[in-house]
Design a protein around this ligand. Structure first.
Ligand code: 3HC
Length: 292
């Protein structure tokens, strides 16, 4: 049985989710190596994490010293072979099955320890498909975090038909004992628990806008004031990213063939127009400030 102590983690991708996962790992005293595919993306990813650590200091959640310690635990690379000594790697790249499969194939070769865990933060791609891209599907698992990762306490843990008991136990212990997250388990079905419930709700809100049923502002106001949600569905779609919501909906529709998962034309047109939400400066709302 492999050692329980995971102290060297790799994160593939430093976008919203990858940066957030890297940050919570570094804040939990873990050595973190972050991969991005180019130097420019490494620079942007590092800046994203440092901005969030600064925000932690300004909101009083972190001391200056804790910020310095966390940033010292973060290193960056654009070569996946540098992940050779990692005990856990979390892939958090674009929600594209073919691209993820390529990354899992590469990680399987790069990460030397056969007991090292290869996890995906996918929202909707069945983990079994990623496991089958490797020679050892027993070490592949889903660890699904929520945005903003430093704020939201949940991790969905998804084991496949092949994931070993030991991998599942160590991944849960890492999320709970080291990162301080709450863990729920889901079967390996596209969307898992949260997105299977959340995505139809987001798509329904878009259909309401599309049909002129209510305005963007009123729909969001309704759910904030009427149901005490922290933000309404259209603002949340902007936060997650319209391209990401579309990619998740496409995968869930492919799996279940249920019309409630089918992306409405308004979502397709907005993605085509580049109105991808907060990260693009425009989605259902406009954003002036740089994305955080
Ligand atoms: N990083 C770190 N901390 C952040 C943050 C970030 N990106 N964004 C907000 N925070 C912290 C703030 O520092 C603040 O902390 P404090 O209360 O101790 O001062 C707290 O969160 C609240 O922030 P704000 O006052 O700036 O703003 P809000 O009160 O409007 O909260 C929010 C912002 C935390 C994003 C809140 O609106 C929220 O929780 N929204 C729902 C988010 C959600 O549902 N996420 C799940 C998306 S689905 C998903 O991720 C799965 C994927 O597969 C699609």
């Amino acid at each position: 049985m492999a050692s329980d102590k995971i102290s060297r983690v790799g994160i593939v991708g430093a976008g919203q989710m990858g940066a957030g996962i890297a940050e919570v790992c570094a804040r939990a005293d873990v050595d973190v190596l972050v991969h991005e595919s180019s130097r420019d993306l490494v620079t942007a990813g590092r800046a994203r994490i440092l901005r969030s650590l600064d925000r932690g200091v300004s909101s009083g959640k972190l001391t200056e010293r804790e910020r310095e310690q966390a940033s010292c635990r973060l290193r960056f690379t654009s070569d996946l072979d540098d992940f050779a000594d990692r005990q856990l790697v979390v892939e958090a790249i674009v929600e594209d099955e073919d691209v993820k499969i390529d990354v899992f194939r590469a990680l399987d070769k790069a990460v030397v320890d056969p007991d090292a865990i290869l996890a995906s933060n996918t929202s909707s791609i069945p983990i079994m498909k990623l496991g089958m891209a490797t020679e050892n599907a027993g070490r592949v698992i889903g660890m699904h975090f929520f945005n903003p990762v430093p704020v939201l306490p949940l991790v969905e843990l998804i084991t496949t038909l092949a994931t070993s008991e030991d991998v599942s136990r160590r991944a849960e212990s890492f999320a709970y004992d080291v990162l301080g997250k709450q863990v729920i388990r889901s079967a390996d079905r596209s969307g898992f628990v949260v997105n299977a419930l959340l995505v139809p709700y987001l798509l329904s809100a878009m259909r309401m806008v599309e049909s002129g049923f209510a305005t963007v502002d009123d729909i969001d106001k309704a759910m904030v004031l009427g149901c005490a949600h922290p933000m309404g569905p259209l603002k949340l779609t902007d936060l997650v990213g319209l391209d990401t919501v579309k990619a998740i909906a496409d995968k869930m529709y492919e799996e279940f063939k249920e019309p409630l998962y089918s992306p409405p034309p308004l979502l397709l047109r907005m993605v085509e127009a580049g109105r991808l939400g907060k990260k693009a400066g425009r989605g259902f709302y406009r954003y002036d400030a740089a994305p955080r």
